[in-house]
Ligand binder design. Structure first.
Ligand code: GLC
Ligand code: GLC
Length: 817
């Protein structure tokens, strides 16, 4: 494909020293966003300050409102309006879109700083959620760059969401009559529904005296105006309106005088409070503000805010010091050391719930997704990963099946979606093993964990792992391969669905299942990979009989794949309901799929017979393109009723031959295990954001500092166009791949296993790895080799084998390939 000038346009660049991506043009090809918050209070923020905030759950506890998929794009956010004479402008350009003399947005680790300049006034806003606080700080710094005094009018703006983001969007006959606020000094309280069952409210505060405010949306904006020209701002005159019913908002009005060169800070705080039932009110109708006052007092000066910001920065210094690489290749180092790890934290926190592609109302935490996300996160804060494993396992059923999703607020399985995704159970092993290898904490296996959150059903976590493995074995089909159920990893391969009703969900509908012969080679590979892990775990804890039992099952599965899962040049994808082959040279379309090539090569099934090498070659030949590896080929050109959702997508998108970045790493790991470092690297670099950033900012569209779920494949109208950024298993899989298989530092029960797989051009590199109570400084000398460790020297002494035994303290490790 030829790249024209328009496609070479750049909108920003990396600033590695500050761990920031710097956006220099507000008109990015799509909103480029960031996430604020670490544990309970979260915000999404775009490069023009669009987005919203919520407490724990983007559906049930939404604090501010957002308009998805709107015209104009990215509508609604925390907006600051500056009125300077007749000119009204925003530091983030939107919503007024007044041309700025300077614009910059710096997305960093848990913060975003947006700076605009207009007519010699600079406005810079730092947005972040302080550690352990339930609120978003917005520190506004105004500076007069001119030689004359400036009289400015500053208006803030937030729009309250009526808590449940789903009903907020649809139940207007009620919503227009529930809004309630209180105003106290410079604080606007959103107490809608607090009079009834809610014991929470939100507030918006500024640490200075205000000269007016508004809380009724139509009064502030004007019924036929827009965010771009709110009536109160245009006239420079707030109305001191009180929302009662209708749509409550919060806007402060501040008159600011700045002498030449003078600078002033204003600290705004969007906060969230919960009160005990019997402490809700301080007087009839008057909400108890004690906790709000305390939260405000903790962040009401520039000094306190700067201190909180320094703590956030130190927190990230710590997290990012656990695995640090120095290769001399900036594009690799910045992804490994900064952005990939950052994205892993975000996906761990949000699963697939809230992004600019996920509304936050549709999906909770995925069983499979969350186990995968763990693997990208577990080295950072193991105790949180531990809790997550217990939460996930608690939604499992006694037979090992599980809810496909659960809600983060209630931690209950989501009944609307239900279960029946037959790959799900295996992922619990994947997540748990990663946790134990990282921490050495076997005690998690003894935790008592219920089924379906029912008290009295508790068994040990180990028992949950056992029923997970058994769930696969109890659901085998005619070829002794795993039955697929509603779907496996590919949510869109719905082989028992048989739906012709567009109002039915492909994923939750099973119109046929009795007598189904639908089997999955993806689950077969996954079972072998996680089964080997399970066997090794059993041996570690002295469960030798169980290890033997499962080894036999793994061997049997391996044989079944070789016998009935091999198509001659690659692994089949599945058998359909009737027992017909999917992903075979005999098929008209979709002759080959990536998932089974990835999992069966990771499982090294048939390596000795040459299957692995053939499969990897076929993947290169049929599935690889300029922008990555597509999911299947040829794409489905028409809807295949028997296969469900997969062919509902036009060619080249999503599960129909899109580059589903999530599963590219499976092939890369397969390549690494096979020792093919050049191929592994070339697949990896194709979807590594920093490489894409350099070449394709316009074409790629979405944020160049993180991976997206899907890049349009070779059959699409615009191959290379990205969609669904941020919340994707790609983050964890890219991290797992580069940290453990390419750079080759792999936590294991006894220590760190060192086994890199590199392109032959790789130079010497160093990884600093904190592991349990130890610090390892590992230098690798590839010497032109793609794979194979010749010698490891630990603290000056050569050791046998490739595992550096764990011992607390500081160590140097020298690795010669
Ligand atoms: C989405 C889902 C994930 C699924 C994948 C493939 O990324 O979050 O669970 O495996 O799509 O369908
Ligand atoms: C759709 C998407 C798939 C996603 C699923 C989640 O099927 O294509 O990628 O995993 O929805 O519900």
């Amino acid at each position: 494909m030829t790249i024209n000038m328009e496609q070479q346009k750049r909108y920003g660049h990396f600033d590695d020293q500050h761990r920031e991506y710097v956006i220099t043009d507000p008109q990015t090809p799509w909103p480029w966003i960031n996430y604020l918050g670490n544990e309970d209070f979260f915000s999404l923020i775009s490069n023009t300050a669009g987005g919203y905030s919520f407490y724990k759950d983007a559906k049930f506890r939404r604090i501010t409102r957002y308009r998805y998929n709107n015209v104009p794009m990215d509508n609604g956010g925390r907006y600051f309006y500056l009125k300077d004479g007749d000119t009204v402008w925003n530091p983030g350009w939107k919503p007024c879109k007044t041309p700025l003399d300077f614009y910059e947005c710096r997305h960093g680790m848990g913060y975003t700083r947006i700076t605009g300049r207009k007519n010699q006034v600079e406005a810079s806003v730092l947005f972040f959620v302080p550690l352990k606080k339930w609120g978003e700080v917005q520190k506004v710094t105004l500076k007069n760059l001119s030689q004359e005094p400036k009289q400015l009018k500053l208006f803030s703006f937030e729009e309250w969401c009526l808590w449940n983001a789903a009903t907020d969007m649809e139940n207007f006959q009620r919503n227009f009559s529930t809004g309630e606020v209180e105003i106290e000094g410079s604080t606007i309280y959103h107490k809608t529904e607090y009079r009834e069952r809610r014991n929470h409210y939100a507030f918006y505060h500024v640490n200075t005296e205000i000269q007016g405010y508004d809380t009724d949306r139509e009064t502030f904006v004007g019924l036929y105006n827009e965010f771009a020209d709110p009536q109160a701002v245009i006239e420079g005159r707030p109305r001191n309106s009180h929302a009662h019913g209708w749509s409550p908002v919060a806007s402060h009005y501040i008159e600011v005088t700045l002498q030449p060169g003078e600078q002033k800070d204003f600290v705004f705080l969007l906060g969230y409070i919960e009160n005990a039932q019997d402490e809700k009110f301080e007087a009839p109708q008057v909400i108890n503000k004690k906790k709000a006052h305390a939260l405000i007092a903790s962040l009401d000066t520039t000094e306190k805010v700067d201190q909180a910001f320094a703590e956030l920065s130190a927190y990230w210094d710590d997290l990012l010091s656990i695995y640090k690489v120095k290769t001399g290749n900036d594009k690799l180092d910045r992804m490994v050391n900064i952005w990939n790890q950052y994205q892993c934290m975000v996906t761990f926190n949000f699963s697939r719930s809230a992004s600019f592609f996920e509304s936050g109302v549709g999906r909770g935490m995925g069983f499979r997704d969350s186990n995968q996300d763990l693997v990208g996160f577990v080295h950072q804060i193991p105790p949180r990963a531990r809790q997550r494993i217990i939460d996930i396992a608690s939604t499992q059923f006694p037979d090992g099946g599980c809810y496909h999703q659960y809600q983060p607020l209630t931690k209950r399985g989501n009944n609307d979606i239900g279960g029946g995704f037959n790959d799900d159970p295996c992922w619990l092993i994947f997540g748990t093993v990663a946790y134990i290898k990282e921490t050495g904490d076997f005690s998690i296996l003894d935790e008592m964990v219920p089924f379906d959150n029912q008290p009295g059903t508790e068994v040990t976590l180990f028992e949950h792992l056992k029923v997970s493995m058994d769930h696969v074995l109890n659901n085998l089909g005619p070829h002794k391969l795993p039955l697929i159920g509603r779907a496996d990893w590919n949510d869109c391969l719905n082989l028992n669905c048989f739906s012709m009703d567009p109002n039915e969900s492909f994923q939750t509908t099973e119109n046929k299942s009795e007598g189904s012969k639908a089997e999955s080679l993806m689950i077969a590979g996954l079972f072998v990979v996680t089964g080997k892990d399970y066997v090794a775990l059993c041996k570690q804890i002295g469960k030798d009989d169980e290890a033997r039992r499962m080894q036999q099952a793994v061997d049997a599965m391996t044989e079944a794949v070789k016998k009935d899962g091999w198509d001659g040049e690659w692994y089949l994808r599945a058998y359909d309901f009737f027992g017909g082959k999917i992903g075979s040279k005999e098929c008209d379309e979709a002759k080959i799929f990536i998932e089974s090539q990835g999992w069966c090569t990771m499982a090294e099934i048939g390596a000795e017979e040459g299957m692995v090498a053939k499969s990897l070659d076929a993947t290169k030949k049929y599935l690889e393109c300029e922008h990555g590896i597509v999911l299947n080929n040829p794409a489905f050109s028409k809807f295949v009723y028997e296969y469900g959702e997969i062919s509902s997508y036009p060619e080249g998108y999503k599960e129909n031959a899109g580059i589903f970045c999530h599963n590219n790493p499976w092939v890369i790991i397969g390549e690494c295990l096979a020792g093919r470092g050049n191929d592994a690297w070339s697949h990896y670099a194709k979807i590594l954001p920093s490489y894409v950033e350099e070449k394709y900012q316009t074409l790629h569209k979405v944020e160049p500092y993180v991976n997206c779920q899907m890049v349009a494949g070779k059959d699409a109208a615009r191959p290379g166009e990205g969609k669904n950024s941020w919340l994707t298993g790609t983050a964890a899989w890219m991290w797992y791949t580069v940290s453990e298989f390419i750079l080759g530092i792999k936590p294991d029960y006894e220590g760190l296993r060192i086994d890199p797989c590199l392109p032959e051009t790789a130079k010497d590199y160093t990884v600093s790895r904190k592991f349990r109570e130890a610090d390892y400084e590992i230098t690798v000398h590839p010497n032109g080799h793609q794979k194979g460790v010749r010698q490891i020297v630990l603290d000056g002494q050569p050791i046998e084998g490739s595992v550096v035994p764990y011992a607390p303290g500081k160590h140097t490790v020298d690795v010669t390939m």
